[in-house]
Design a protein around this ligand. Structure first.
Ligand SMILES: [Fe+2]
Ligand SMILES: [Fe+2]
Length: 376
């Protein structure tokens, strides 16, 4: 059964999933601000139980200690990046690869190579900028988990993730600054999602929003770009980040499995709704409205077409390749009469449900492994 207009209004702030006006009306109004303050409503919890109670988390902690790398010395920062040449070589890797002839009747139909190339560069800058802002979100969320999770083994693990996320912010910020000539502001849909995650007082919601949703999407999106790009620095940078990111998603799956199995249907329903809302926000941010504005195109003219662009559709589905099997493993897909399954069917992403979940798969991402048998 579809959700009602009222339910949609309550969860998404609009009655119709694909209401373009409503999607585009969410923009950043304070683009010059350098600070953004969010209440995190959290209790810091000490535990006096220092025993090893959760071996799977402790194993992850051991993996994290030996998986550390140094962004300054392990990546080839001396690589010269010719943005224009690289972007044209990587067209397929652009985070929103488009079908050019799908845009007849819009300004884009008249674009030549020069405009498409400029678009490609802006799109890449925008994508990596959103990755960078998302990484800061992860840094903040994981620091919060160190305080709020009541389990000793989880506090130990989360502390390693804080260092990992600092390194991820560092590499994306440096790449944007040194190789791409600057960054974009955070997208308003992404910011809204990060605000919701940080704002929630329940510690398991931090995990669900960050480790399962945001990082699940990041793992798939990084994998896609990593596979496509021929730029050696970016390729290695993404490969290294992914080796950490897979552990982070596994941390979410392994922790929430234990929490969710004892939850009531009503409690699980709230988690399902939160997961759905997060999925829609992440999908909406990939309309990359700021890029269109910078290219002099009215997003209202192209976003309806983007939603039906066949190349985009494949890309958008791929973003959910990790989220859906992980939600299934957690029981979120099928509790409450398969509520979340129905939503993912409507979004066209349910086909990933039987892919390997990251709770098991993360070891395949370790540095030194080839990513050949990992699905992106
Ligand atoms: Fe990260
Ligand atoms: Fe992460």
């Amino acid at each position: 059964m579809s959700i009602t207009e009222n339910e949609s209004q309550e969860m998404l702030g609009r009655s119709e999933l694909n209401d373009i006006e409503a999607i585009l009306s969410i923009t950043n109004t304070d683009v010059e601000a350098i600070q953004h303050i969010v209440k995190d409503n959290a209790d810091a919890i000490f535990t006096w139980d220092y025993s090893l109670s959760r071996p799977a988390l402790r194993k992850l902690y051991e993996k994290a200690k030996v998986g550390q790398w140094n962004a300054t010395t392990d990546l080839p920062w001396e690589t010269v990046v010719d943005e224009e040449k690289q972007v044209s070589m990587d067209q397929a890797a652009l985070s929103s690869g488009l079908t050019a002839n799908h845009y007849e009747g819009t300004v884009m139909a008249k674009w030549g190579d020069k405009e498409w190339s400029a678009y490609g560069i802006e799109q890449r800058r925008w994508s990596l900028s959103q990755f960078m802002h998302g990484e800061q979100g992860a840094l903040i969320c994981t620091a919060k988990i160190v305080e709020t999770v009541p389990w000793y083994d989880a506090k130990l693990y989360a502390s390693t993730q804080v260092v990992d996320e600092a390194r991820h912010v560092e590499v994306f910020a440096r790449y944007l600054d040194e190789k791409l000539g600057g960054s974009y502001q955070i997208n308003a849909h992404l910011r809204m999602l990060l605000d919701d995650i940080v704002n929630d007082s329940r510690w398991d919601m931090t995990y669900l929003g960050m480790q399962i949703m945001v990082e699940g999407l990041a793992l798939a999106a990084f994998g896609n770009m990593q596979q496509m790009t021929t730029e050696p620095l970016l390729k290695k940078l993404l490969r290294y980040v992914m080796s950490d990111e897979a552990r982070h998603v596994a941390f979410g799956v392994l922790s929430l499995q234990e929490v969710y199995k004892d939850m009531s249907d009503a409690e699980i329903k709230e988690r399902q709704e939160f997961a759905y809302e997060a999925s829609v926000r992440m999908r909406d941010r990939f309309m990359s409205q700021e890029v269109w504005e910078r290219m002099g195109v009215n997003p209202r003219d192209v976003v309806p077409l983007i939603l039906r662009d066949p190349t985009r559709e494949i890309f958008q589905q791929m973003l959910f390749a990790k989220i859906v099997p992980n939600c299934k493993k957690l029981g979120l897909l099928d509790r409450n009469d398969s509520w979340l399954r129905r939503r993912y069917e409507e979004m066209g992403v349910i086909q990933f449900e039987n892919a390997e979940d990251t709770g098991e798969e993360y070891v395949k991402y370790e540095l030194g492994e080839t990513l050949a048998d990992v699905q992106h």
